[in-house]
Design a binder for this molecule. Structure first.
Ligand code: KG4
Ligand code: ZN
Length: 343
């Protein structure tokens, strides 16, 4: 079965073809980062209009790259939520229009399920059950994953998401949008311990997170310097920020593994691309004797491949998930634990 995946929940248009026999055939992505950069964040209306422009050329690209004919597509999966309503509607319209024209079924996929299952696309992939740390621009959650659709929320952020903390702190340091990769690069040339930042909820005895205080602490450091914040100071602050957030994320993952007595950990979402987080988790895995799995770097941030894959997993296990009525809705807010398990 060949599934076309369409992702348009935020500022990336992603299309991909996944074959349940042969694996990922092709995927193509257009990032709107350059367009939103001058506004310091995503402008929803501009995002929607750009998805409209990009979707069909990206479809042509994935068909050309895979060498398959459009008529060979067996089903179309699209991100139904959560995300920006207008942006989601573009992907949903494209997916339903294509499926109608091809007389093939269509299926709405949960964006976070896409992220959660994305490490299964790697050559070294985990088996169920596992603990997943979902760290993206909008979410920070620890989940227990027992199978496709069988997700139990163990803990989540009470305020900002980890990616949001990266982006906001980077903005305070004048690093532009999105700030995650930039602050991470700058941290590499900063020294540890020059500045101390809090480790929010490190000892909270539960699996919840809170990152807004960390961003405020960065703001205080920046303000204390007033105008004379030199590049080296910025690097030291970046280092203090990365060290703090990584320490909290790793400690909570360890606590989740201990609490559930599991030995497999999966990292998903944009922040999962972070090199310092990966290094610290790899060290912890070696020392504590658990396994850690990541998506391919290119599949950490939003992409169509994870949507095609999640759609294929659901359709394989539950053919009744296939829809032929093409009357769609999107779900900008959609809790992951509302999904039902499929066998
Ligand atoms: O999963 P994603 O592409 O989109 C959402 O669903 O939110 O995640 C985007 C987030 C942004 O906040 C971005 O700054 C962060 O992931 N990010 C990173 C890195 N690459 C992306 N954060 C830290 N280090 C990175 N290398
Ligand atoms: Zn995402």
């Amino acid at each position: 079965m060949i599934v076309l995946g369409v992702e348009s929940s935020c500022d990336e248009t992603g299309l991909a073809l996944y074959d349940t026999e042969r694996g990922l055939l092709s995927h193509a992505l257009h990032s709107q980062v350059a367009m939103h950069e001058e506004y310091g964040g995503v402008v929803p209306e501009l995002a929607s209009r750009d998805h409209v422009r990009r979707a069909i050329p990206l479809l042509e690209q994935v068909l050309a790259d895979s060498g398959i004919d459009i008529a060979s597509i067996d089903a179309v999966a699209y991100t139904q939520g959560p995300g920006l309503a207008g942006a989601l509607l573009v992907g949903a319209s494209v997916a339903n229009g294509l499926a109608l024209a091809l007389e093939k079924p269509v299926l709405g996929v949960h964006h976070l399920e896409g992220h959660l299952l994305s490490p299964l696309l790697s050559s070294r992939s985990p088996v169920f059950p596992f603990i997943a740390l979902l760290v993206s621009g909008g979410h920070t959650q620890l989940m227990r994953v027992d199978g496709v659709g069988a997700y139990t929320l163990l803990g989540e952020t009470l305020d900002d998401a980890a990616g949001e903390a990266f982006d906001k702190s980077a903005k305070l340091l004048g690093l532009g949008y999105p700030g995650g990769p930039a602050i991470s690069r700058l941290a590499e040339v900063g020294d540890p311990g020059v500045y101390q930042l809090p480790r929010p909820m490190l000892h909270s005895k539960n699996l919840d997170f809170s990152f807004s205080g960390l961003k405020t602490a960065v703001l205080t450091l920046v303000k204390n310097h007033q105008t004379n914040l030199c590049e080296q100071d910025k690097a030291h602050i970046a280092r203090a920020f990365v060290d703090a957030i990584v320490e909290v994320l790793v400690a909570k993952c360890l606590a989740a593994l201990k609490q559930t007595r599991m030995t497999r950990l999966v990292i998903a979402g944009g922040v999962g691309a972070n090199t310092q987080l990966r290094a610290a988790l790899n060290d912890a895995a070696k020392n504590k004797g658990f396994e850690v799995f990541y998506p391919e770097l290119a599949l950490c941030t939003d992409n169509g491949a994870m949507i095609a894959f999640a759609g294929a997993m659901r359709l394989q296990r539950d053919p009744s998930a296939a829809r032929y009525d093409y009357g769609f809705n999107v779900r900008p807010r959609w809790p992951l634990d509302e999904l039902l398990p499929v066998e």
